[in-house]
Design a protein around this ligand. Structure first.
Ligand code: G3P
Ligand code: CA
Length: 367
């Protein structure tokens, strides 16, 4: 699917407007990216704290299924399902539709847009449904979070505990505090990782990293892989590289075009760089300008929270050459609104990580 991006870029250079599918077309209506109501989070469910700071250690800190299936129409509505019903009052399992954001013209210099934890505004975060929904929206890049189970398997989940995004408390009472690292992969595979988000997604599973990679591959998407809380999982970098290699993700094609590894832990990023110097890596955080040069020794990107960055800071990152001798770049997070997306675009960022990647793409003139 990422071929579409190259076609779109070529079209911009030739002055042709492309529809999201890559065909020459008139500009899409502003409502084209209106989220699909059936996939919205349920009202009254647990909070969705998919925003906010997540500061981690910086340089010098302690180190620390089956074959892919296309989701059903109910889980992944097609264009027909996007038509809003005559009665547009919020329904069970639905949130009110946001006002359509104006769509900017395509721009060759638009930042790359990443679906944060998958298209996590529309499907339960870090599930295969969130990967598929990003693909459905035409988003090539998905971001995820990787942790390790008690028996050494790698799973894709954000929180250190299972309580917010699964039914672990109900299924395994007495296992407080329900840490990922205290459960086996077989136990985690039985949990419902979708019902908290929407009744439509009840029964979604916490994917293993291998299942996740296979789905991203199936969809021909690309992966921004976050090593989450590596201080809890000594040696997880080698485990991740082993799974990536087994899934065919460490060949030249994937390494140069389809994979970036990031972490809030500088030690973890450094470990990945040492083990596989050909991989592109990113450090998550907002280092001071004076500190940036230290990071350039072992990483290619600085990925900061968006609220505190300035044009000068972005330019300071760009002025450095990273671990591969190329201009360092900036992918910022978590930007969900059109206004904020244009603001960070105008600061010069190279990428935007978003729960609403379609909204951001359309706001910044992306493809
Ligand atoms: O990719 C950036 C973002 O994922 C970092 O924060 O907490 O969502 O993992 P968090
Ligand atoms: Ca993440």
């Amino acid at each position: 699917m990422y071929v579409r991006s190259f076609a779109a870029a070529a079209a911009v250079l030739l002055g042709i407007t492309l529809a999201p599918g890559g065909h020459a077309a008139p500009p899409a209506p502003a409502s084209a990216s209106t989220p699909l109501a059936a996939a919205r989070p349920a009202t009254g469910t647990r909070a969705h704290p998919n925003t906010g700071p997540n500061a981690g250690p910086g340089v010098g800190a302690p180190a620390s299924a089956a074959a892919p299936s296309v989701p059903t129409a109910a889980a992944r509505p097609g264009p027909a399902a996007a038509v809003r019903p005559a009665d547009s009052r919020p329904r069970r399992g639905a949130l009110p539709a946001p006002a359509p954001a104006p769509k900017d013209p395509y721009r060759a210099d638009a930042p790359v847009v990443y679906a944060h934890r998958g298209a996590s505004a529309y499907a339960p975060e870090n599930t295969l449904a969130a990967v598929d929904y990003a693909e459905h929206l035409g988003i090539d890049w998905v971001e995820n979070d990787v942790q390790r189970t008690r028996d050494g398997q790698l799973v894709v989940i954000h929180d250190e505990t299972l309580t917010r995004t699964t039914d672990a408390e109900e299924r395994f009472p007495g296992r407080s505090p329900w840490r990922v690292k205290d459960f086996t992969a077989a136990e985690i595979a039985t949990l419902d990782a979708g019902g908290w988000f929407s009744v439509v997604h009840t029964g979604a599973r916490v994917p293993t990293l291998r299942q996740y990679l296979d789905r991203v591959e199936h969809n021909q998407q690309r992966l921004l892989l976050e090593i989450k809380k590596p201080e809890l999982y000594p040696g997880i970098e080698a485990d991740i590289l082993r799974v990536l290699g087994g899934a065919g993700w460490l060949d030249e094609h994937h390494v140069t075009r389809r994979l970036v590894v990031q972490s809030f832990s500088a030690d973890s990023v450094r470990a990945v760089h040492r083990a596989r110097p050909d991989l592109t890596t990113a450090f998550l955080g907002n280092p001071q300008t004076a500190e940036l040069r230290q990071y350039a020794a072992f990483t290619d990107r600085i990925n900061p929270q968006h609220t505190s960055i300035t044009k000068e800071w972005v330019a300071a990152v760009h002025a450095l050459k990273g671990a591969h001798g190329k201009r360092m770049t900036v992918d910022t997070w978590i930007v969900n609104g059109a206004t904020a997306a244009r603001r960070v675009r105008d600061l010069g960022v190279d990428g935007i990580i978003s729960n609403n990647p379609d909204v951001v793409r359309d706001a910044v003139g992306g493809f």
